[in-house]
Design a protein around this ligand. Structure first.
Ligand code: AP5
Ligand code: MG
Length: 230
């Protein structure tokens, strides 16, 4: 979790590399659907893409349908990382019910925090590769050759990184997504991580917090098992 541009995708990619867990980004899935030239999107997908361009949230029912279509990801042997989903309390409740039905559970919910000005600077400088989808920043994480991905692909600026869409996205985050902090705090799953510093340093503190949580969880299960035996 975290505001648009805080670095969720960057961290999810580093976690995916370390853990080999499946990385499911709802934003990436919508963008991929919008960039298929030969494919006529369904009316629901057309509406979703229009919401996205304006920086608004896509309706919960469309998001949920798309996540359900990719539910195999949540059964990946290496685990899974959800990036940009859930984004409303309704989505979080649907996910919770579905996971209980599938005997799955979340290990943790990482909430990245960064001052507003730095978030805007990250969004304004972001460039994405149209070929491999790698994410750069023009000053903080530049490619070897300006305007070109290290894979050779062309870099583009996301349509929703225009100032007017950024404003709408930040408002949507405050209104609809920030309430999830309380939701996941109530479930005892929330980990707060500062998103200031280099991506590698943020990754190390994320990983350390996840590991500490995993160790505590194993210890708790051992204790419960011992108590059951007595
Ligand atoms: P989505 O693609 O999820 O966008 P977002 O949440 O707005 O977040 P971003 O992807 O813009 O930022 P990020 O946090 O991943 O940052 P990044 O790592 O790229 O969603 C897009 C849209 O799809 C939504 O607006 C909505 O319309 C729709 N949507 C998607 N999911 C939905 C849902 N569940 N419900 C409803 N609608 C949904 O980093 C940003 C930049 O900063 C990059 O340039 C990066 O290189 C740089 N950077 C990263 N880390 C650092 C660092 N530590 N230091 C310096 N620079 C850094
Ligand atoms: Mg992202």
């Amino acid at each position: 979790m975290g505001a648009p541009g805080v670095g969720k995708g960057t961290q999810a990619e580093l976690l995916h590399r370390r853990l080999r867990a499946c990385h499911l980004s709802t934003g990436d899935v919508f963008r991929a659907a919008g960039s298929q030239p030969d494919c006529d999107p369904s009316p629901a997908m057309k509406a979703a893409l229009a919401h996205m361009r304006r920086g608004e949230l896509v309706p919960d029912s469309t998001v949920w349908e798309m996540v359900r279509e990719r539910s195999n990801c949540l059964h990946c042997r290496g685990g899974f990382i959800l990036d940009g989903f859930p984004r409303t309390v309704t989505q979080a409740e649907s996910l919770q019910r579905w996971m209980e039905h599938e005997y799955l559970s979340l290990t943790a919910v990482v909430n990245y925090e960064l001052p507003f000005e730095e978030i805007v600077a990250r969004l304004e400088g972001r460039r994405t590769c149209e070929n491999c989808k790698a994410v750069y920043h023009i000053t903080e994480r530049p490619p070897k050759v300006s305007g070109q991905c290290d894979c050779g692909g062309k870099l583009f600026r996301r349509e929703d990184d225009r100032p007017e869409s950024i404003k709408v996205r930040l408002e949507a985050y405050q209104r609809s997504t920030a309430p999830l902090i309380e939701f996941y705090m109530g479930l005892g799953l929330l980990l707060h991580v500062s998103a200031a510093g280099s991506p590698e340093d943020i990754f190390e503190s994320t990983f350390a917090q996840l590991e500490a949580r995993r160790v505590r969880e194993v210890a708790r299960k051992v204790l419960v098992a011992q108590e059951d035996r007595q």
